[in-house]
Design a protein around this ligand. Structure first.
Ligand SMILES: [Zn+2]
Length: 427
């Protein structure tokens, strides 16, 4: 029963996993078992890793699994029993976190009129919104807050959708310093777009009452892209809740999509990225092959002199990460960046006592090449951060709507803390 995932990198330890194959595509009726496996690793044997592997939630790539890695795995109902048996036989500890996946998914997209999803006046920031709803919301915000908000598009997605960005900040001389914020590079991480919307709402609502917010919006522009990977996000609403990649198709294979956080031109497609189009961490046929990545990279290149911070929102694992992702090395302005991260995490903790780890992405999360923060940093943006928002795996990507408000409330504190700092200079 037990197939071994071959470790692509030089690491010595493999996790014993049941070969799920293409059953993952069969749609409904899965029981989700997210197993937190304290990897009592199994000696390597040769095996075939050619096409589909299991649906790894955390870490996303089997090459990141080491001896002590805790792993979250999504297993379809049909493979569940043999999978658990194989874990037991291998002496690997596990815990079932979500046993009724389908119900959890339905809970998240349950549309009832009383929740005021579609009303523009009473737009609810405490539910997840579809792409259409988010785009309508952007039009409305642009219309009703024209002194602080300006909506524009930086290009088109693979499937032809506009890539909208909101410029947030008091309209004044054009060359204010700026902060770039994107959410939803990875489609299934729904809390990201929810946070971007929350941030915009909070900014316009507290502009007059909060001196710090007023200072930030007066002295800076925030460029906010609520849904980076629009095609993937839409697909995660209509077809596959756990879709991660874009929806492009560069090969004859039936596998779609590129990991938009492995497609940037910095150490492109080396460690922590896959050359296989079916992999969840596929780096694409070449750097910036994805129109979404190219559009953002073009914008950042054009404005890099003004952009002092790049902040990208992901989920999950409660971390605040900075470069490098692709290597274990200390960045030149480590002192400034580390102190910014330390204080941001402290500010976040002050709201509800939620603990975030912080540090270089390589050593805090795992090695990944072609990531957006490494690219932004290499292009001269001194503060480049990636947030991994709540939680640590209890709900995983299915963070309930009831936790949107506390998650966003605490995260805003961290973002304000970071951006307030860029008004000072980092040597
Ligand atoms: Zn992500």
């Amino acid at each position: 029963y037990c197939a071994i995932l071959k470790h692509i990198s030089e690491a010595k330890f493999l996790l014993c996993l049941y070969w799920i194959g293409l059953e993952l595509d069969t749609g409904n009726g899965h029981v989700l078992v997210v197993s937190q496996v304290s990897a009592n690793a199994v000696p390597p044997t040769s095996s075939d890793t050619s096409s589909q592997t299991v649906d790894l939630w955390q870490p996303v790539s089997p090459s990141s699994i080491g001896l002590t890695t805790v792993v979250d795995i999504h297993v379809p109902r049909s493979s569940c029993q043999p999978f658990l048996l194989s874990l037991q036989e291998a002496g690997i500890e596990y815990e079932i976190l979500i046993s009724d996946l389908q119900r959890q998914i339905e809970k998240q997209t349950d549309i009832t009129p009383s929740r005021q999803r579609r009303s523009n006046l009473l737009y609810s920031y405490e539910v997840y919104h579809s792409l259409d709803e988010i785009q309508n919301w952007m039009y409305q915000m642009n219309k009703t807050h024209s002194r602080l908000i300006y909506l524009f598009s930086i290009g088109k997605s693979f499937e032809g959708r506009p890539l909208f960005v909101l410029q947030l900040g008091k309209r004044s001389r054009p060359l204010k310093r700026a902060v770039w914020i994107d959410c939803g590079i990875h489609a299934r991480e729904w809390i990201g777009p929810a946070f971007c919307q929350w941030f915009v709402k909070e900014a316009v609502q507290t502009y007059h009452s909060d001196p710090m917010m007023r200072r930030l919006l007066n002295q800076l522009y925030f460029y906010i892209m609520p849904v980076f990977n629009v095609d993937g996000y839409h697909y995660s609403w209509t077809t596959d809740r756990f879709w991660r990649k874009t929806r492009s198709n560069h090969t004859n294979l039936s596998c779609h999509g590129v990991d938009a956080n492995r497609n940037w031109n910095v150490k492109w497609c080396s460690e922590g990225a896959s050359l296989h189009p079916c992999a969840d961490t596929y780096c694409g046929p070449l750097p910036e092959s994805e129109p979404e990545v190219k559009a953002v990279a073009d914008f950042l290149r054009k404005h890099k002199k003004r952009i002092k911070a790049y902040i990208s929102f992901h989920a999950y694992s409660q971390m605040l990460l900075y470069p490098y992702s692709y290597k274990y090395a200390v960045i030149p302005n480590f002192k400034c960046v580390e102190s910014a991260a330390y204080n941001a995490v402290k500010a976040l903790y002050s709201a509800y006592g939620i603990k975030y780890k912080h540090g270089p992405a390589s050593s805090t999360l795992y090695i990944s090449s072609g990531s957006s923060i490494d690219w932004a940093y290499k292009h001269g943006i001194p503060y480049a951060f990636a947030f991994e928002l709540r939680d640590t795996g209890y709900y995983g990507f299915l963070l309930p709507e009831s936790l949107i408000k506390p998650t966003c409330t605490e995260t805003i504190l961290a973002v304000k803390n970071i951006t307030n700092r860029i008004l000072q200079k980092c040597p």
